[in-house]
Write a protein that binds this ligand. Structure first.
Ligand code: PEP
Ligand code: MN
Length: 362
């Protein structure tokens, strides 16, 4: 039977001297689960090589089956997001902006949409500084139910106006699977926040669309869990997934957050999906953001998500980590230079980089 070279398989090491009736029983059980099993011999013992749809077997306690010494899964569980060969990187289009495959994209804006005038001013400011997409939360997943929860539908209207005025595509967070249709009218890129990386109903719902999704890493999630969350969207048939590292929780770190830059090369090795970095939530303090933003570009991020606010001390959420419009403007050409070095001096195609190059949650 032809099978892709990277298809995962399962090897089961049987106990030495296992009676053939036991071996037959294990084999029958595996085949009844829809797999193909062959018996291999070596060094005086038997092995079972299991192929076909082995994914459901990952959750079984195979090692405790009578006669099984151990089971070894070969290959990754995340099939749709896995790289097929060393040269493959996919692109995700958000309107006329492309993420992945050597392009470099900056998403910028306030944590939350606040009053209209301020939001439009910020959108115009980040656009003129070289941002490619404008962000702002309408529905905020706050740690405390008493903290500002976002302006909701009113914020969506303001974001639509920001797009009309600046031409920038809109990035905003979705929390509820029932909101997909409504939010897709405003959002060009739907963000799934760190707290919702495990919201499987939401991921499945987004998998049934073709909408571009920015999936943020759960702040206590491993790379494997992150990729499997992406797999929920990809396996539903939606290939338009962008991953975002946003810092992980660490009790010993300043403000309990560490930006895990090491995951960027790891994800690039394991998946073809574009990978961006959010140095704002990954820093939690604005003075650390420029340094970590530059480091993120240096380790190969395909883009950045940066929070910007014109009066951080008055911001209704995440003011402490927001760059001022001026700081953002100064940072963009530096990011551009670093990206050009990292990409081997290749021309940066997308406009923007060429021309110019409150409350707190963790
Ligand atoms: C945000 O982007 O404002 C946000 C809430 O991010 P995270 O989900 O990474 O905490
Ligand atoms: Mn925020």
């Amino acid at each position: 039977m032809d099978r892709p070279v990277d298809a995962p398989s399962l090897l089961i090491v049987l106990e030495a001297g296992l009676a053939s009736t036991f071996r037959r029983r294990i084999r029958d059980r595996l085949e009844s689960l829809g797999t193909q099993v062959s018996v291999l011999d070596g060094q005086g013992r038997n092995y079972l090589q299991v192929e076909g749809d082995i994914e459901p077997l990952r959750t079984l306690a195979l090692d405790s089956w009578k006669g099984v010494e151990k089971s070894v899964f070969i290959g990754e569980a995340h099939r749709h997001g896995s790289r097929v060969d060393s040269g493959t990187h996919s692109r995700v289009s958000v309107g006329d902006v492309t993420l992945g495959a050597g392009e470099f994209v900056i998403i910028a804006g306030p944590c939350a949409v606040e009053e209209e005038e301020r939001t439009l001013r910020l959108a115009a400011s980040v656009a003129s500084s070289g941002a490619h997409l404008f962000r702002g939360g309408a529905f905020k997943p706050r740690t405390s139910p008493y903290a500002f929860q976002g302006l909701g539908d009113k914020a969506l209207q303001i974001l639509s106006r920001a797009r009309e005025e600046t031409g920038l595509g809109i990035v905003t967070e979705i929390m509820d699977p029932r909101d997909v249709e409504k939010m897709s009218e405003t959002a060009d890129l739907l963000q799934v926040g760190s707290r919702n990386m495990h919201n499987y109903s939401l991921l499945k719902e987004l998998g049934m669309t073709r909408l571009p999704v920015l999936l943020k890493r759960g702040f206590s999630s491993t790379a494997e869990e992150f990729l499997l969350a992406a797999e929920y969207i990809l396996s539903g048939g939606n290939p338009n997934v962008i991953l975002c590292e946003r810092g992980i929780r660490c009790a010993a770190a300043s403000r309990q957050v560490v930006l895990d830059l090491g995951i960027i090369p790891e994800l690039k090795k394991k998946t073809h999906l574009p990978v961006i970095v959010d140095p704002s939530h990954g820093s939690a303090e604005s003075y650390r953001v420029p340094a970590l933003a530059k480091a993120a570009v240096a380790v190969g991020a395909d883009g950045l998500l940066v929070e910007v606010h014109d009066q951080p001390e008055e911001a209704l959420s995440d003011g402490r980590q927001a760059l001022s419009p001026e700081e953002f403007k100064n940072l963009v050409p530096e990011l551009k230079s670093i990206h050009q070095i990292v990409s081997g001096g290749q021309h940066v195609k997308q406009e923007g980089l060429i021309s110019a190059p409150g409350g707190e949650d963790i």
